[in-house]
Design a protein around this ligand. Structure first.
Ligand code: UT7
Length: 320
């Protein structure tokens, strides 16, 4: 499977750390030092559907394919205004696609989970051209009174068109039941039969524990993929890691003993955009000509659950 088109879209509204310090007991220096984040973009006047559509249209345009040529749409999303229909179904309408679609919730690892499924669909001949969209609005399930979580996230969308060809070499997906370290609980409708009161609980996170599990599991995924493919850390041209915390990225880099230039980041500008994060990074690097033909890339992501998804691929340059 190879990527033949990429796109991304971010909300207009930029929120600085100082703006957050206006209503939270926090500071620019705390957020910058502990996370590396300077600003994030948050949805205000636009909708997630509009953002996802923009990212998908850009990916389609760069792939040279028409919406009608897409024969599967996989949409990675944690939460949006609708439980049903899926965000994927909504996007069929805005994009003009007529094909099967579903939403996948792999938390922040959802884009790579979606790519892994796309790879299987292509290998088994179930589809020829697949559009993968990752669209997230964590700002709408954060607790805006909790300084330890709300400062971390940003909204955004990324998209990729994938088709058969040489590109992805290997995937590694994992899951371990740590549902208590990070969760967002949505209430369900009351019924006359079930007396358990349902309450929405905005994002709860044990930051230190998530940090520890994230570093340990990403290092493990990267090491397994390198070993399984007969590679060393030095053989990878770029490490594209989930943009959750600059210190997490730094811990992984130190373990691999690879130079900083191999670890591009955009967390400074966008914060943690959940499953859209590595997709936005790939789109921006690709458009800037920073991903070169034949380069070997390592993607590694993690998210609540606890789930991880990593991949190795050989890059083919895209014309924009
Ligand atoms: O996609 C997955 C998403 N989640 C993650 O990746 C989260 C991973 N974890 C982290 O990134 C870090 O654990 C955090 C950035 C969330 C927190 O950083 P930390 O260095 O682990 O800080 P901490 O939780 O140990 O808190 C240290 C102190 C505490 O105060 P006391 O108890 O020492 O007085 C916190 O209350 O920092 C305080 N604190 C803050 N202070 C100012 C927590 N958040 C803030 C804040 N501003 N925003």
């Amino acid at each position: 499977m190879k990527i033949i088109g990429t796109g991304s879209a971010l909300p207009q509204k930029e929120i600085s750390n100082d703006m957050l310090a206006g209503f939270l007991e926090t500071s620019d220096s705390w957020i910058t030092t502990r996370t590396g984040i300077h600003t994030r973009r948050l949805l205000s006047t636009e909708t997630l559907r509009e953002l996802a559509t923009k990212a998908a249209q850009a990916a389609l345009a760069s792939s040279g394919l028409q919406a009608s040529e897409i024969d599967y749409l996989i949409c990675s999303n944690v939460a949006n205004s609708y439980v049903s229909p899926s965000l994927g179904s909504i996007l069929l309408g805005t994009l003009g696609c007529v094909c099967p679609t579903f939403d996948l919730n792999g938390a922040c690892a959802g884009l790579v989970y979606s790519l892994d499924i796309a790879d299987s669909f292509l290998k088994t001949g179930r589809a020829r051209n697949i559009l993968v969209v990752a669209a997230e609005q964590p700002s709408r399930f954060c607790n805006w009174h909790d300084r330890a979580t709300s400062v971390l996230f940003g909204d955004g969308a990324a998209a990729m068109v994938v088709t058969e060809g040489k590109g992805f070499r290997d995937f590694r997906l994992t899951g371990v039941p740590h549902t208590d370290v990070m969760y967002y609980k949505r209430s369900l409708e009351p019924t006359p039969f079930d007396r358990v009161e349902e309450r929405t609980t905005p994002l709860v996170m044990e930051g230190r524990e998530v940090f520890r599990i994230a570093v340990e599991s990403c290092i493990n995924d990267v090491d397994v993929l390198l070993q399984r493919n007969g590679l060393t850390g030095a053989d990878i041209d770029k490490y594209l890691l989930h943009q959750a915390n600059m210190r997490i990225i730094e811990c992984i880099r130190e373990h691999l003993e690879q130079p900083r230039e191999k670890f591009p980041t955009n967390i400074q500008k966008y914060g943690n955009t959940s499953s859209a994060s590595v997709g936005i990074l790939i789109d921006e690097l690709s458009r800037a000509g920073e991903l070169k033909d034949g380069q070997t890339l390592m993607i590694s992501t993690f998210g609540g659950g606890f789930v991880t998804a990593a991949a190795i691929l050989d890059w083919s340059a895209i014309q924009y």
